[in-house]
Design a protein around this ligand. Structure first.
Ligand SMILES: [Fe+2]
Length: 396
């Protein structure tokens, strides 16, 4: 072993972290919602988004299951897409009043992330801002007052098995990403029935978010044997089942495979992190309020192309393409986007071209500073990210 080898080993050990695949209870598959009947809790607060979970009867079902155990339930409604700190504080105040011993995040990534954030501030009301939390030397301990259960209604974000949250600034709309294993939900319940009423557009976009998680975890600088196993199977299942779930939302087999694949990709990325698709998608989301999954989907083929300059990534993409039965992964993802009616560039999403182009230098800096950049196989220069932002607008 020469000096360079030793340096490489040292670098690898620094990059390695203990793995955690989920909280203490992970339930998945048909009827897994019934698991609620066995959960011991006295006071349960359910955090959810718009009215979809109420309309499709899932919220009522969950309340009923908790009531059957003797628990008292309350609901915090109206978590918006890209939840703000203001929403987190509103929920925290309600929680301080209700005093739950179990918090349930029910919905897509926004509702689950908001529930996680409310949990942190409910446990630690002395904290007054998201910046205060981000800059803390040691992440505060949770679970003195309550445990967290997540029930996803989309197959994409995998917040139910992740240590991350994304909360937006009230005024600027800038997204703050934050991750710590302390925030891993204690209980995750992934029941495909909860996802059946998801509209096709959300199915497509959140599904492409899940595919991005899998592909970025695969080429991550922290990738390891276990994350590779999880991410590979997740990617293959998404490529097979996402078009089916998009075409026919009632296809329960496709819904179940997508929910499992999203969860599995989540287990991979929460341990080995992501790459610049996410750095750039967070930025586009902050600057132009583009839905996260849509931003990922548009960016993904461009970044596969960019990362292919790295030999290891090229090999991984080639192997995965072989397993998926496509000649070229980049072309395969472009074709998948076409099937899902996702535009080739942001021109189809952000109509104000001039503002977009003018803000590229600022966006490039923000994306480069994003926490996901450091595990991308190639760390781009500022001018390379600028060029990527330019090219991805036109879909070139
Ligand atoms: Fe994502």
């Amino acid at each position: 072993m020469d000096c360079t080898d030793r340096e490489n080993v040292k670098e690898k050990i620094i990059m390695m972290r203990p793995m955690k695949l989920a909280g203490s209870e992970l339930m998945f598959g048909a009827e897994s919602l019934e698991y609620i009947k066995t959960i011991k809790a006295r006071r349960v607060i359910i955090v959810t988004g718009g009215s979809s979970m109420e309309k499709n009867g899932v919220l009522g079902k969950i309340e009923g299951y908790f009531s059957s155990t003797g628990a008292v339930t309350g609901v915090i409604k109206g978590v918006e897409p890209d939840p703000t700190f203001q929403t987190v504080m509103r929920g925290t105040t309600e929680m301080l009043d209700f005093e739950p011993d179990l918090i349930v995040g029910l919905g897509g990534g926004s509702a689950m992330d908001a529930a996680k954030a409310m949990w942190v501030f409910y446990e630690h009301p002395e904290l007054k801002s998201i910046e205060e939390l981000i800059t803390m030397k040691e992440f505060p301990k949770l679970r003195k007052k309550a445990r967290l259960c997540c029930i996803p209604s989309t197959s994409g974000t995998a917040s139910e098995v992740s240590r991350s949250i994304v909360i937006s600034d009230n005024e600027t709309g800038m997204k703050h990403g934050l991750g710590n294993m302390e925030m891993m939900p204690d209980i995750a319940i992934c029941d495909p029935d909860v996802t059946v009423s998801m509209p096709s557009k959300i199915t497509a976009e959140t599904g492409m978010d899940a595919l991005t998680h899998a592909l970025e975890a695969l080429v991550s600088k922290r990738a390891n044997y276990i994350s590779d196993l999880l991410a590979t199977q997740a990617a293959l299942d998404i490529i097979t089942y996402l078009p089916r779930a998009y075409r026919d939302g009632s296809d329960i087999e496709a819904r179940e495979k997508m929910l499992l694949a999203s969860m599995t990709a989540g287990m991979a990325f929460t341990n080995v992190s992501l790459g610049i698709v996410h750095s750039m998608a967070h930025t586009i989301g902050s600057f132009f309020h583009v839905a996260h999954g849509l931003a990922d989907a548009v960016l993904l083929p461009h970044i596969i192309g960019f990362n292919s300059a790295d030999g290891r990534s090229r090999r991984i993409y080639r192997q995965l393409a072989g397993k998926a039965g496509v000649n070229d992964l980049e072309r395969g993802v472009i074709e998948l986007n076409r099937i899902l009616d996702i535009p080739e560039g942001f021109a189809g999403v952000i109509s104000d071209r001039k503002t977009y182009m003018n803000r590229i230098p600022e966006m490039a800096e923000t994306a480069l500073a994003d926490g996901c950049t450091k595990t991308n196989p190639i760390i781009p220069s500022i001018s390379e990210i600028e060029e990527l932002f330019r090219n991805v607008y036109k879909g070139e």
